[in-house]
Design a protein around this ligand. Structure first.
Ligand code: G4P
Length: 525
C-alpha cells in the first residue's frame, strides 16, 4: 500500500469522560465492532476499579495490567483505528492530559442524567487549547435523564463549544424507542439488549407517514417537531468546522445496550481526521514526510522493583518507524536503535517491524527517556505541546534518611521525568516542592522512592493555591514582582519562573498590582 494511503487510513483518538459516564463500556463496544475482542467484559477487567484512595497499590497493579490496553488498535472498514486509553481515576488526570497531546481527535462521553461533570470540563479545556476535533456521545438513553435540548445548551455553555446533533433520541428511559440518525438519514430502532445490533431503516423524509408504522403518532410528531427545531436552530453540519475544533457533532445512544455505537463509529471514520500536522519548535511536521519523527508522551513504569524498566510510548508524527534502524534521541544528541518496539493490536502487545505516522509504539526503556523527548531520523527537532498544568496539591518533600540524599535526588528526578508529578524548587530557600493532581501521587512517590531507590522521604505541609507560569514584556515590572514575591518564586524542572500563589485572593491582588504580567496555569502559552 502506498505510504500516504497508510497514513490516510489511520484514526488515532481518545475516549474521555468523567468517571462512570461509560467510557470503558463504549471502548469495549467499539472493540467488539472491530473484531478486536469477542466477548463483552474483556475490557472491564482492566478498568481501574473504584478503590479507596488510600489503596493506591491496588490501583497501580490495575494500572500495570492496563499497559496492554494503553493503546487498542483494530481494523474497521479499511481504516486502522488507534484508541488511546486514559486512566479513569481523576488522580491520574495529568496522564490523561498528556495522552490528549498524542491524539488527532477525541470522543467525549456524557451521561444523559448527569450532564457535564467536573472532569469533562477540564478535559475539554485541553481539547480547546489544542483545537482538537471533538465528537460528543451522550450515553445511557435507556435511563431517564435531562431534556436533550437543555443538555445541548448545557454542553455549549459549560464546555464552550458549539454543538450540532447528528442523531436525535426518540424519548428515553423505559420508553426509549431509538434515534433518528440525521447524519445518515436513518431511523435506528432500539431493542434493549447487550448483544443486539441496531435495527436501521433508511428514512430520508421523516415527514412521510411511513414513520407512524414504526413509532406511535405522538412520538412521530414530537420527532418531526424536534428535527425541525434542530434544522432551524443549529447550523448545517460542516466537516471543516468540526476539524478546526469549532463545532462538536453530537450522537445519542446507550453503550451498554450497544445502541448508537456503530452509527457513531461509521460517522467517526468518515469525518474524524487522519494524522494531523504537528508543531515543533523549528517547524510544522507533516505526517506524510518520509523521515521518521515522534515524541514520547507517556512513560509507564514497571512496578517490579527488580527491573526498573519502563515502556516509553511514542506517537509517530511523520514517516515510517523501522525496527533496528538508527534514530536520534534529540535531547542526548545520540543515536539509538530499538530491537523490540511493540505495537498494540487489539489487546495484545507484539513486536513490530514497522509503524507509520499516527501509530503509537512502545519502546522498552531503562531511564533514557523523559516525557516530551523527540526522536528523529537525524533532524534537530523539538516537539512542543506537552504542557504541564498547575497542580492542585503541594507538599514539601524532605529527606528522611540523611545517608541516602543522592538516591533521593536521583529518584525524584527520574519520577518527575516519567511525569508522576511536578517538582518546583523554591528560589528563596532551595526547598523542593512536589505538586500533584491528587493525594494518591504522594503515596505513589513515597512508595516508589523507597522500593526502587532505597530512599526515604517525608512530606511537610505547605498551603498553596496554584502554580502560575509568569511572563511579561515589561522586564522592570517582572523584576519588581519577583523581588516582592521572592518567597513564593520557584523554578520548575525546566528552569522556568513559577509563582506559587498561596490563595486565590493573593493571586487576584497580584494580577491587579502587576497588570503587565501574564499569569498562566499551564507551562505552555
Ligand atoms: P467509565 O469507564 O466512564 O468510568 O464508565 P463505565 O463504562 O465503567 O460505566 C459506568 C457504569 O455505567 C457501569 O455500571 C456501566 O455498566 C454503566 N453503563 C455504561 N453504559 C450504560 C448505558 O448505556 N446504560 C446504562 N443503564 N448503564 C450504562 P456499573 O454498575 O458501575 O458497573 P458494572 O457492574 O456494570 O460493570
Amino acid at each position: 500500500m502506498a505510504y500516504s494511503e497508510e497514513i490516510q487510513k489511520r484514526r488515532t483518538f481518545a475516549i474521555v469522560s468523567h468517571p462512570d459516564a461509560g467510557k470503558t463500556t463504549l471502548t469495549e463496544k467499539l472493540l467488539l465492532f472491530g473484531g478486536a475482542i469477542h466477548v463483552a467484559g474483556a475490557v472491564k477487567s482492566n478498568k481501574i476499579k473504584k478503590t479507596a484512595t488510600s489503596d493506591w497499590m491496588e490501583i497501580e497493579k490495575q494500572r500495570g495490567i492496563s499497559v496492554a490496553t494503553s493503546v487498542m488498535a483494530f481494523d474497521y472498514s479499511d481504516h486502522k483505528i488507534n484508541i488511546l486509553d486514559t486512566p479513569g481515576h481523576q488522580d491520574f488526570a495529568e496522564d490523561t492530559f498528556r495522552t490528549l497531546t498524542a491524539v488527532d481527535s477525541v470522543i467525549i462521553v456524557i451521561d444523559i442524567a448527569k450532564g457535564v461533570e467536573a472532569q469533562t470540563r477540564k478535559l475539554m479545556e485541553v481539547c480547546r487549547m489544542r483545537k482538537t476535533p471533538v465528537i460528543v456521545f451522550i450515553n445511557k438513553l435507556d435511563r431517564d435523564g435531562k431534556d436533550p435540548f437543555d443538555l445541548l445548551d448545557e454542553i455549549e455553555e459549560e464546555l464552550q463549544i458549539k454543538v450540532r446533533p447528528l442523531s436525535w433520541p426518540i424519548d428515553m428511559g423505559q420508553r426509549f424507542k431509538g434515534v433518528y440518525n440525521i447524519f445518515e438519514e436513518k431511523l435506528d430502532l432500539y431493542t434493549p439488549s447487550k448483544q443486539y445490533m441496531t435495527e436501521s431503516i433508511e428514512f430520508k423524509d421523516i415527514n412521510s407517514p411511513e414513520l407512524e408504522n414504526h413509532i406511535d403518532s405522538q412520538l412521530a410528531s414530537k420527532l418531526r417537531e424536534d428535527i425541525d427545531l434542530i434544522q432551524g436552530v443549529y447550523p448545517d453540519f460542516d466537516v471543516n468546522t468540526y476539524l478546526k475544533g469549532d463545532i462538536a457533532p453530537v450522537f445519542f445512544g446507550s453503550a451498554l445496550n450497544n445502541f448508537g455505537v456503530k452509527e457513531l463509529l461509521d460517522c467517526f471514520i468518515k469525518i474524524a481526521p487522519s494524522p494531523r500536522p504537528v508543531q515543533a519548535v523549528e517547524r510544522i511536521v507533516e505526517p506524510e514526510e518520509e523521515n521518521f519523527t515522534g515524541f514520547i508522551f507517556k512513560i509507564h513504569a514497571n512496578m517490579d522493583p527488580n527491573h526498573r524498566s519502563c515502556i516509553a510510548f511514542v506517537k509517530i508524527c511523520s514517516g515510517r518507524f523501522e525496527r533496528n534502524a538508527n534514530y536520534k534521541h534529540v535531547r542526548f544528541n545520540k543515536q539509538m536503535r530499538f530491537s523490540s518496539p511493540t505495537a498494540f493490536m487489539a489487546q495484545k502487545k507484539e513486536t513490530v517491524d514497522e509503524a507509520f505516522a499516527g501509530d503509537i509504539i512502545g519502546l522498552p526503556d531503562t531511564g533514557n527517556f523523559k516525557i516530551g523527548d523527540t526522536l528523529t531520523a537525524g533532524e534537530e527537532l523539538h516537539f512542543k505541546g506537552l504542557p504541564s498544568f498547575s497542580p492542585e496539591m503541594f507538599k514539601y518533600i524532605e529527606n528522611a534518611d540523611p545517608m541516602k540524599a543522592k538516591q533521593l535526588n536521583k529518584g525524584i528526578e527520574q519520577l518527575m521525568d516519567e511525569g508522576v508529578a511536578q517538582l518546583f524548587t523554591n528560589q528563596f530557600n532551595g526547598r523542593k516542592i512536589i505538586g500533584t493532581v491528587g493525594q494518591l501521587q504522594f503515596e505513589v512517590i513515597q512508595y516508589r522512592l523507597l522500593h526502587e531507590y532505597a530512599a526515604q522521604c517525608k512530606w511537610e505541609p505547605i498551603s498553596l493555591y496554584k502554580a502560575c507560569w509568569i511572563e511579561s514584556d515589561n522586564a522592570q515590572m517582572l523584576e519588581n514582582f519577583k523581588k516582592r514575591k521572592m518567597q513564593y518564586m520557584a523554578l520548575d524542572k525546566e528552569g522556568r519562573d513559577v509563582y506559587l500563589a498561596d490563595s486565590s485572593y493573593v493571586l487576584t491582588m497580584a494580577q491587579q498590582d502587576f497588570p503587565d504580567i501574564k499569569f498562566h496555569f499551564t507551562s505552555e502559552f
